[in-house]
Design a binder for this molecule. Sequence first.
Ligand code: 5AD
Ligand code: SF4
Length: 347
Amino acid sequence: MDLNEILNKGELSKEEIVFLLNLTSEGDLKALYDKADQVRRLYVGDEVHFRGIINFSNFCEQNCIYCGLREDNFSLSRYRMTPEEIIETAKMISNEGVYTIVLQSGEDSFYDADMISYIIYSIKQNTNLAVTLSIGERRFDEYRAWKIAGADRYLLKHETANEKHYHIYHDRQALHERINHLRFLKQIGYQVASGNLIGLPLQAVEDIADDILLCKELNADMAAFGPFIPAPFTPYKNHKPGSPELTLKTIAAARIVIKDIHLPATTALDSLDKEGREKALLCGANVVMPDFTPHPYREKYLIYPGKRGISDDPLVSHKMIQSRIEAIGRKISASRGDSVKSSYRIV
Ligand code: 5AD
Ligand code: SF4
């Protein structure tokens, strides 16, 4: 296969994506990253969009094999923020000049549909924020109620498009269910984000190619590709972390394959490589998701260890990220950064 020919094709096959993910020489990687950077500029411009995260509860009723928040991790000290604390944090984020918040938690049914609706509605009444929910799989009528309350987006990573692996990683859930939820969310007007984990045990580059193609097929508005980091007190605690380089290749390949999509430079990548964010932004990424969870909750959202900025003051950490973005010559967006899909219209 010829690299230049592949980089200039309109549509890439699975085999061609695998070829990109297997590149190793410095020259080839530079060609891949430069092409992804070019496509990024053409389709989503030079602006970097912030999505301010509030991790409002670390209780989780799921037991994903790789995750530090899994229900069977009895060593984790659990917390829940009150609706008022969440709403106040959202207002603070809005005052910082961030235009999107992500309300994120483990799967925690303590927050019933009305409570989540109340939080969304209050935030929409008091700010101009776009509201993203990242609270796992819930009932379809709940998704509908939250859309009516004002939610704009839903983040629900498919984690792996390999059905067998999905079943091994998530003994209580099924891939086809996850895909049904993503399709339903999209159908009722949410902007949807999916994505995977890079470097999970059992994963092959062919699986990653399928993950990229699934995000394309779902017409996802955003896709998060972040490295797996082994977490203590989980069955995968002794496995090795995902490769930062393979993560960058995945982001670059996703940009070249999907083109009109938001791609975040993840905190997990930045936690493994001290220039992870810059590198991702230079090979296709255009979104950064700073953590605004206040102390003392912040340090308890331990999905994986060694999370960058976790012990810092949220505002200090955010300013640091801003200056790193400006240092590589990128602009910080002054808009909500809605979907860039041609099919998407704000209603
Ligand atoms: N390392 C990196 N990311 C993880 N996630 C869960 N566990 C880990 C880990 N050990 C990610 C999953 C999930 C999100 C809540 O965090 O992709 O979607
Ligand atoms: Fe819970 Fe999400 Fe972690 Fe799974 S990945 S255990 S659903 S917080």
